[in-house]
Design a protein around this ligand. Structure first.
Ligand code: ADP
Ligand code: MG
Length: 707
């Protein structure tokens, strides 16, 4: 097909062929591997064992042949270090043959293990520089794929002493743990057919698109991903005319191109629409196993940015690119599913299915209540602090929305009183069929941070930029912990149904404080939550210390998700990243203020002053009132701006000299952030009284209505 943008646009009929065409998936493996090798590999994948070298050689060779046919010249171990983005180091397939020729080669050794010179990745002190190298190891549970003429092997990244240096290793560990504990529960319900339980995730991804030419004129967007200056535009999102609005042709072209790039990589890109803010959009994939969903979400974010460039656009994934306009989040739809395709958070039709559903449901309720702090930590970042609690995203207080129907059922079970929609009869778990509680479409609560939506939970506190690995490590682990406690009790039960009923009743009674079906954006909820004793960890600096609280350390070490050292190193990294992000933002502000904004104010003031002096030669009254007033106002702004910039410079020096990381984070939160607000207020005011042609970079109207 002819396309002016030179995209690889395919016809609608060929989408099924294009889908997954760049993935070395099960279908390709079956086709290209000798039967025995295929079987051995599948077994390794299922059991999570390490791969025999001879098998690895055969697999590697088949992968290489397939990749070369598709135009790949290089391979890379693709991994997810603690930076939150993905990393890759490319090696070509070439291998010398004699002095003048090469052949394309890829060995089992290269497939299975890699040694990037990875000394510069954050390790939180885990890797002393004398043993700086970490190694990458193939994760056969995720398929290899081709991107930019490179065969990418999904890998985990560890230190030589075996400590995890990435986000993938603990995620895989958490998948194992929830598998193990959920299977214990299923066996108690007489299920012997299920051999594997996985969690599933569908992450809805929000983003902004702006014209790339404008983006490149803003140092703050380039360096920090968000605007640090910008007066409120005359039109924001108040008319609510963008949400689900007609998609503009340029954006439509972008989305079509993006879909196809994602489909080639086997990513189920499904739904695309305009979001609430001008220039804001969303992409939702069909859900997948959490491990794959995590890889796919990382790839989606990367490809969103890449495809945008091709269309003369810049894709902003920052949680809060524009002040006064909604930021972007990511809804992590999460459920638990068996290898036989049963969703364990689906109520089902029989008393047995209902009882099992209630047990999984109450496990989630207990988990969210007991580990509110960890869920909050899992979404904490400097960028997301601008959203949570800002009446556009859920508050920093974690609570669960269940809907009125399901809450009433739980109330009836707890109190042992008859359920109103049933004739004066008590609900006996495991005996009675639960009344239907249809997914409520009329009053689905969009303000809740953690909502039950019929057969899954939607964790809505994630920022758009975040790797979903972190929140899912926490979700998998905390629910696994509760399932293990339940299994401990029920495995000893003399009468299963009676003890089950009692366990569910007791759990509801002890943890129902976490359930809230009202408006989470309201001030009353903040007070009510405080009365209930729920946590309100407002910022990243407030939240992060609970990551290493004794109860959480115990949880992580019990299930072997993190060792004590790993946990502490991660805490350090998260704190460091928070401080560094704010440091870079503050420096960027100083730079823009000194080199762009103050000179612009001076230039425009000078113009006005010259004009006033000229006019002075006239005799009429008030001839220069406008010039004089504006010059005065601009002078006040310029003085305020310079003073606040100077204070910022001193503060940043103080911050750098603070050696205690927790104290440093608090200093950024309490002092640097308010300093940034001061700098911004002078600059934004000056912008509103300066002629547009004198302002040194595109303003909010330019950026938000550029397409
Ligand atoms: P919305 O939240 O916008 O109303 P939906 O409820 O249709 O949208 O679904 C949102 C996301 O939830 C989609 O990515 C979808 O694939 C995902 N999803 C649906 N079922 C599950 C499940 N069992 N596990 C995980 N994610 C799921
Ligand atoms: Mg949603």
């Amino acid at each position: 097909m002819n396309d002016p943008l030179n995209r690889n646009v395919v016809s609608a009929q060929s989408i099924p062929e294009v889908f997954g065409s760049m993935v070395f998936n099960d279908h390709v493996m079956r086709e290209r591997l000798p039967k025995d090798t295929y079987k051995a590999l599948k077994k390794t994948m299922e059991l999570g064992k390490s791969l025999d070298r001879t098998i690895a050689n055969v697999v590697a060779n088949a992968m290489k042949d397939w990749a070369v046919e598709k135009g790949a010249t290089h391979f890379t171990h693709w991994f997810q270090p603690m930076t939150g983005i993905t990393a890759e180091k490319h090696d070509s397939f070439i291998s010398p043959e004699g002095d003048t020729a090469v052949i394309m080669e890829f060995s089992g050794k290269e497939l299975v293990k890699g040694e990037p010179d990875a000394s510069s990745f954050p390790s939180g002190g885990l890797r002393a520089t004398f043993e700086a190298r970490g190694y990458t190891a193939w994760d056969p549970s995720a398929y290899a794929f081709i991107k930019d003429h490179t065969l990418c092997i999904p890998t985990v990244f560890c230190s030589y002493s075996g400590e995890a240096l990435d986000k993938k290793t603990p995620l895989l560990r958490s998948m194992e743990v929830i598998n193990k504990q959920a299977l214990r529960i299923l066996r108690l319900f007489g299920n012997t057919g299920t051999t594997r339980v996985n969690t599933t995730v569908g992450p809805e991804q929000e983003y902004f698109l702006v014209d790339d030419k404008l983006y490149r004129q803003r140092e703050d967007l380039i360096l920090c991903g968000r605007t640090l200056f910008g007066a409120k535009p005359p039109k924001g999102q108040e008319l609510e005319d963008h949400y689900f609005g007609v998609i503009k042709p340029r954006v439509m072209d972008y989305m079509a191109d993006l879909d196809q790039e994602l489909w080639k990589l086997g990513i189920f890109a499904k739904t695309e629409h305009n979001e609430v803010a001008p220039a804001q959009h969303e992409l939702a994939p069909i859900f997948n196993n959490t491990n794959l969903a995590t890889d796919h979400n990382q790839l989606t974010m990367e490809i969103m940015k890449k495809v945008a460039r091709r269309h003369g656009l810049a894709c902003l994934l920052h949680e809060k690119p524009f002040e006064g306009i909604n930021g972007s989040g990511k809804h992590n739809n999460w459920s638990i599913s068996t290898n036989t395709g049963v969703n364990l958070l689906e109520p089902g039709d029989s008393p047995r299915e209902n009882a099992q559903f209630l047990l999984f449901l109450t496990a989630v309720i207990k988990a969210v209540d007991e580990y509110q702090d960890l869920l909050r930590v899992s979404v904490a970042s400097a960028g997301n602090d601008h959203r949570l609690g800002a009446n556009e995203a859920p508050p920093a207080i974690v609570s669960i929305f269940l809907g009125d129907d399901l809450t009433e059922i739980l109330d009836a079970i707890e109190s042992g009183s008859p359920y109103s929609k049933r004739d004066a009869e008590e609900l006996k778990v495991g005996v009675h069929i639960l009344p239907r509680f249809p997914k409520d479409t009329t009053d689905r609560n969009r303000t809740s941070p953690f909502a039950f939506t019929g057969n899954k939970f939607e964790f809505r506190m994630l920022g758009s930029d975040l790797s979903i690995a972190g929140p899912n490590i926490i979700l998998n682990t905390i629910v696994a912990e509760e399932l293990s406690q339940f299994a401990d009790v029920l495995e000893k039960a003399a009468d299963f149904n009676t003890e089950l009923q009692e366990l569910i009743r007791k759990t509801i009674s002890e943890h129902k404080r976490i359930i809230f079906n009202g408006n989470n954006y309201s001030e009353e909820w903040v007070q009510e939550a405080e009365r209930r004793g729920l946590l309100n960890l407002k910022t990243t600096a407030d939240a992060l210390p609970s990551f290493i609280a004794p109860k959480n350390l115990e949880l992580f070490t019990k299930h072997k998700i993190f060792t004590t050292t790993e946990l502490h190193s991660r805490y350090e990294i998260l704190m460091e990243v928070y401080c560094k992000k704010l440091h870079i933002e503050a420096l960027t502000m100083v730079d823009m203020a000194r080199k762009q904004i103050l000179p612009a104010i001076a230039k425009y003031s000078s113009l006005l002053t010259k004009s006033a002096l000229e006019k002075k030669q006239l005799t009429c009254d008030n001839a220069c009132a406008y010039e004089v007033e504006i010059v005065k106002e601009l002078s006040t702004d310029a003085t305020g701006l310079l003073d606040s910039v100077r204070k910022m410079e001193t503060d940043l020096e103080r911050a750098e000299n603070e050696s205690d990381i927790t104290a440093r984070a608090m200093f950024y939160k309490d002092t640097v952030l308010s300093g940034m607000a001061a700098v911004r207020s002078y600059a934004d005011h000056a912008e509103t009284i300066t002629a547009k042609e004198y302002w040194p970079f595109p303003n909010y109207t330019d950026l938000l209505y550029s397409l």
